[in-house]
Design a protein around this ligand. Structure first.
Ligand code: CO
Length: 466
């Protein structure tokens, strides 16, 4: 019997897409031991925006969250999403920082590291791959991930070429990451058949979002075309900007005569657990019902779910929701100017913010964000197609030369770590604290100061009690 396995995303992408990653660990701890029995290929539970969100909004130590996940899901592959040289942040870190981050991720419990570069410039995922191989244990899987997008330069042949490159680099699996949910059923068929022919029996994974309503059809074609793993979310937090539903696919696979290895009773229990939580997020406004509906406009705008919900949040904050349609229209225009980057973090934010800025100011590129300037300079890597000459001249000057993001400066040995250690002094208790600070200095400093203050209060309280 042909086997297709399922990665459960509720703890990472589903909640990132639907509730801007605001789910505290305490909310879901109670279901972890049950989830451990479900039979998922993996549980995606860390990386992406979870790290930032822990420190910024939830007053949680992301490393402690990971250790708790490890403890409560001993039999399940724990999966994270990593933005190559950007790690979980928005800039390029030095190679030694990338290596240390991966060492600590594996040490604290991660098994599957799904590594991508927003531009599919694979020079930017090489250090992460090599580090994963260096610190791998018998459970570790290095998954090379392609940011899927549609544009005049993103052809089936181009994707097949990328997959061959990932295979020759030494990745264990390949993932197609359709963050905007714009892959159509027939594109899936052509892509997956083509890729399977090119890479042999290397496991192939499809990650998509229901944003446009295309996902179930696309997955169906993907399964028929030989996909090995698909990403799904427990049904009450599936759909909309999230993934297709785990249970729905389970029942569909049964009719196909396919075994996905899931325990029916367990996956239904998992959903029962999350139902009241979902209601809580709806009631307290964390979950905007807009994120749950189908938006076929994304087929025009190619806007990933997370980007859409962030844009709604930003425009609502600025009382400028009347500019929503205009901002959506500006996105593809900015994207074309920038050489068709896939709209994935951090490029989705950069393109989205630039589009919003262009629309709010009423003049295109009057203000260009620092990040977009750096992108045009070449600091993020090579764009899929040339950037608009007008923009290049505006940013680099008439005869400016772009920078090489993989220059010698990337190869450092411990300076960032030493500087962070010194900056934190006795606030840092571990290498993990120092790494958090390198990734998110302001949020981590606040978090560590709060932690210290809380401990001192608790100490005083204990003495008084005695
Ligand atoms: Co996603």
């Amino acid at each position: 019997m042909k086997k297709v396995q399922i990665t459960e995303t509720v703890l990472r992408d589903a909640q990132q897409s639907l509730i801007a990653t605001r789910m505290p660990y305490a909310d879901y701890e109670g279901i972890l031991s049950e989830m451990d029995k479900a039979g998922y290929y993996s549980v995606e539970c860390w990386g992406g925006a979870t790290f930032d969100s822990c420190l910024r909004y939830l007053n949680e130590d992301p490393w402690e969250r990971l250790r708790n996940l490890r403890k409560n899901l001993p039999n399940t592959r724990l999966q994270m999403l990593l933005r190559g040289q950007n790690l979980l942040g928005y800039k390029h870190y030095h190679d030694d920082v990338v290596e240390k981050f991966i060492e600590l991720s594996i040490k604290n419990g991660i098994d599957v590291i799904r590594i991508f570069d927003a531009l599919n410039d694979f020079r930017n995922i090489k250090t992460a791959l090599e580090s994963t191989k260096k610190y791998a244990n018998e459970r570790t899987i290095a998954s090379g991930c392609i940011s899927y997008t549609q544009s005049p330069v993103h052809t089936v042949d181009k994707y097949i070429e990328m997959c061959k490159e990932l295979q020759s680099m030494g990745f264990d699996t390949i993932c197609l990451k359709d963050m905007a949910g714009t892959m159509t059923p027939y594109e899936a068929e052509h892509l997956i058949k083509g890729i399977k022919d090119a890479v042999g029996d290397m496991p192939l994974i499809l990650h998509t979002h229901c944003t446009t309503g295309m996902a179930y059809m696309t997955i169906t074609k993907a399964v028929e075309s030989g996909i090995d793993v698909i990403d799904c979310a427990t049904s009450c937090l599936s759909g909309g900007t999230s993934q297709p539903s785990t249970e729905t696919m389970f029942y569909a696979f049964q009719q196909y005569g396919m075994d996905c290895g899931l325990d029916e009773e367990v996956i239904n229990k998992v959903n029962d657990f999350f139902k009241p939580l979902k209601q809580k997020y709806v009631d307290n406004g964390t979950l905007n019902p807009k994120s749950l509906s189908t938006d076929a406009q994304a087929l025009v705008y190619k806007v990933p779910g997370g980007m859409l919900s962030n844009m709604i949040a930003n425009l609502t904050d600025m009382h400028a929701m009347d500019k929503f349609e205009a901002a959506l229209l500006e996105i593809p225009a900015v994207r074309a100017d920038l050489g068709y980057p896939p709209l994935v973090t951090p490029l989705s934010q950069m393109v989205g913010n630039q589009a919003v800025t262009n629309v709010l100011i009423g003049e295109r590129y009057k203000n260009i964000s620092k990040e977009v300037k750096n992108y045009i300079k070449g600091e993020y890597g090579i764009a899929p197609a040339p950037v608009s000459a007008e923009l290049v001249e505006k940013v680099l000057g008439a005869d400016g030369t772009p920078v090489d993001c993989r220059d010698e400066d990337q190869k450092r040995t411990g300076e960032d770590f030493a500087a962070a250690k010194e900056a934190l002094g006795d606030l840092a208790r571990s290498e993990e604290d120092i790494m958090s600070y390198i990734c998110y200095p302001d949020q981590t400093l606040k978090f560590l100061k709060d932690r210290k203050a809380q401990e001192e209060n608790e100490a005083v309280y204990t003495i008084e009690e005695m």
